[in-house]
Design a protein around this ligand. Structure first.
Ligand code: LLP
Length: 438
């Protein structure tokens, strides 16, 4: 049976029975570490970082960098890996910053996002030498100026611009439209206005501009539209105000495969196309192309992740539905409940059994909406004790996990060079009451 296993790090054991991830037997890993279990393929993460770096260096003649949008998956080990791979990071909270700091990540290479940074957040970031703030609103800019003045420093910032591009993706994750809660729209004049205000501030250095338009993008087109609008704006600001943009961060958003029907992204080709377009456009506008940043999250970690569960029960309601209940759920994977996000699932200990029973895989939360995935195919004899694998769970799973129903969050086990190790330990029931005051 030839199946599309989505990513080159997923395979089947020689006897056809077991699902392998990064060459390791998932049923052995489930037995060793327990379930639910997040697995992460460290080699894949490193390869994704390197693929991006190689592509941007080639496309922009070295004048480009890659930042990992760490909201996709934030824990100490990932920041160590990013440091080792020479990546920058985007952080969105004191929590992410602190995790990065504790991992020894150089804060000078960190970009602080968020549409509502408190004064305390701003002070924390400056205290620890954050490289750049990505300014999202006017109040924040004034707060940065105040805090930088009090410290006698000049703080580098990027201004988050809203280019007004609809990336034709999920409404809930479209963040670059004019009506977005993020950033300053070009169309309304807000972008130019904030630039002028920032230029007048003695303790703020505008290093450049930022935008981010979407998620799950598989071709260059949306980036070309974005680059067109942004470079035109950059040229206008140069002509009208003599402002030179040194850095242009075009955000993240490249897609990954959740289903066999998803396309395979040609990352190198896409970035090359974006590079060619930007060089031509900059030349036509008569400006020097700024240094370019890409800020991928999902496409660095998503297919480096897999979740393993153990089946507890199977409930067949004849002529209606078959439920397969697993020992995790919306607490470790909220994405179907939140976005009706699609997934590919297998019975990891019976890859050679025909996956021919249509069923809905549900979690253990006391809530009907606790669905991992409806209408998937699993073997008809699946039952208690069997292992179910959900593919492509490396991005926005651990980072969006919760303790609803006081369930404990799974550990993250890293797979590297044929070995495995715990990067985040399993939460215990004592962790759950650790914050409850006696
Ligand atoms: N830069 C900025 C400013 C962003 O807001 C995001 C994602 C990224 C970069 C990274 O985008 P990526 O390469 O991961 O697509 N929780 C949702 C995704 C929310 C994305 C929010 N921003 C999900 O589970 O699909």
């Amino acid at each position: 049976m030839t199946r599309d296993l989505l990513c080159e790090n997923v395979s089947v054991s020689e006897d056809g029975q077991h699902l392998l991830f990064a060459g390791q037997d998932t049923t052995t890993l489930a037995a060793q570490y327990g379930t639910p279990l997040y697995l992460m393929d460290e080699d894949r993460i490193r390869n994704c970082c390197r693929a991006y770096k190689t592509a941007v260096v080639a496309a922009f003649d070295g004048n480009a960098q890659v930042l990992y949008a760490s909201k996709a998956s934030s824990f100490k080990r990932i920041y160590e890996i990013m440091r080792e791979e020479g990546m920058g990071v985007d952080v969105v909270s004191v929590g992410e910053m602190y995790t990065a700091l504790k991992a020894g990540f150089p804060m000078s290479q960190a970009y602080f996002h968020s549409n509502n940074k408190t004064d305390a957040d701003i002070a924390f970031a400056m205290e620890h030498g954050i490289g750049y703030f990505v300014v999202d609103n006017e109040e924040e800019l004034f707060a940065i100026e105040r805090e930088a003045a009090a410290r006698g420093i000049r703080q580098s910032v990027l201004l988050r611009i809203t280019p007004g591009i609809d990336p034709h993706t999920f409404e809930a994750v479209s963040t670059g439209k004019v009506d977005s809660k993020f950033g300053f729209a070009i169309e309304t004049g807000a972008a130019e206005d904030i630039l002028l205000k920032a230029l007048a501030m003695p303790h703020v250095d505008i290093a450049g501009l930022h935008c981010h338009v979407g998620s799950q993008v598989f071709d260059a087109e949306v980036f070309l539209l974005t680059a067109d609008v942004m470079l035109t704006f950059i040229a206008e600001m140069q002509t009208r105000h003599g402002f030179t943009t040194k850095l242009f961060d075009i955000g993240g958003g490249f897609g990954v495969r959740y289903l066999p029907s998803d396309p395979i992204l040609d990352l190198h080709g896409c970035i090359a196309e974006i590079g060619d377009f930007m060089k031509t456009k900059a030349a036509a506008l008569g400006i020097t192309l700024p240094k370019i940043s890409f800020e991928p999250g999902r496409s660095i970690v998503a297919d480096a992740g897999m979740t393993l569960y153990t089946v507890g029960n199977v409930k067949c309601i004849p002529d209606f539905i078959n439920y397969v209940s697993v020992d995790g759920g919306m607490t470790d994977n909220i994405r179907y409940a939140l976005y009706t996000a699609p997934y590919t699932l297998f019975q990891a200990n019976a890859m050679n059994h025909p996956h021919d029973m249509t069923c809905t895989v549900v979690g253990r939360c006391c809530e009907s909406g606790d669905i991992i995935q409806p209408d998937v195919k699993l073997p008809s004899n699946i039952g208690r004790g069997d292992v179910v694998a959900v593919l492509t769970t490396g991005a926005y799973h651990y980072s969006m996990a919760s303790n609803y129903n006081r369930l404990t969050r799974p550990p993250i086990v890293m797979l590297a060079n044929g070995e495995s190790y715990v990067a985040v330990r399993r939460e215990t029931i004592d962790d759950l009451i650790a914050l409850d005051v006696e």
